[in-house]
Design a protein around this ligand. Sequence first.
Ligand SMILES: *Cc1c(COP(=O)(O)O)cnc(C)c1O
Length: 388
Amino acid sequence: MSDFDGLSDALEARRAQHLYRRRRVLESAQGPKVRVDGRDYLAFCSNDYLGLAAHPALKQAFVEAAERYGVGSGASHLVNGHSRLHHELEEALAEFTGRPRALLFSTGYMANLGAVNALIGRGDGVFEDRLNHASLLDAGLLSGARFQRYLHNDPESLQKRLAGSQAARKLVVTDGVFSMDGDLAPLPALARVTRETGGWLMVDDAHGLGCLGERGAGCVEHFNLDTDAVPVLVGTLGKAFGTGGAFVAGSEALIESLIQFARPYIYTTAMPPAVAGATLASLKLVREGQDRRQQLSALIARFRTGTEQLGFELMASATPIQPILVGEASRALALAEALEEQGIFVGAIRPPTVPAGSARLRVTLSAAHSERDVDRLLAALEQARGRR
Ligand SMILES: *Cc1c(COP(=O)(O)O)cnc(C)c1O
């Protein structure tokens, strides 16, 4: 078969740049101890921050829901795939986040595409933090609105761009907790600047939900921000919630607009009802998860102290995302390999996921890790240090 205009060359070039990605095959449930490609590892790379992905209560709720509702939802929400479990979960998530309503999406990527594109189009403006998650950047680019990036976590840089904009609608979009850095967006200041110019703030709290706030309701609880301050709140369920899917929470008008106009909501099959059932069980554990969040804080402190003593460069993060900054992609890979030889699984994150020259080991901690697990990671890092 002939080559499709340089496909193989592009693959070869990616390999030469140490940017080639390959998939590993997981042969166990998600958790601190995993089996990957036939070998056991202690893992520090999942987003299962509260250790709920394989929790017995979630599994039981999932099985019970499957017994009653079957497996596939069989249709989109607007035809007849919107089950009682989906509906109950939406009501529970609205109450949990302190918003009038919430709407389920099948994935976080689709929630972001759907929300941005239902709200803005040609003639409007979208303003994004330059380190936003790829799904938010893609959503903004697809919208046809004028796309502007502002400096990372810099309300002044945002303010300048908003003040210079003639756009009809202005949508400001940010991660709540930055997925590859672990730092929090300065949401009160961003909300103020956005409101002063008549714009709307959209926050994607994929990594704060479950981890931040007394009840785990994420960055809006942490900063105490109501629907006026953050009109569009996105949460994902595949991370701390341990299930899958996502939701958008906000006003009655927002949610009705998404139901009418968000194409990734309308033209897709509803998530399996059992996923909604399991998420209802997960929500209960998240709400009552103070012990898990305390355990996480203790592990984060232990990891940071230990890693800094070893002379590694950490990022300014107080969340379970604790990247070790390495620099070159090849060095990040070598370090990840050195850890792997010692039975520790950590992901090397390289461009284009992060800016060139800022490749890193994205260490993530889970409430299911023990202090001994963190100590094993620290010992392995010490061993691997020579290969940086
Ligand atoms: C993971 C992630 C998403 C995508 O969510 P999925 O449900 O995995 O599609 C969106 N935004 C951020 C910030 C994320 O980290």
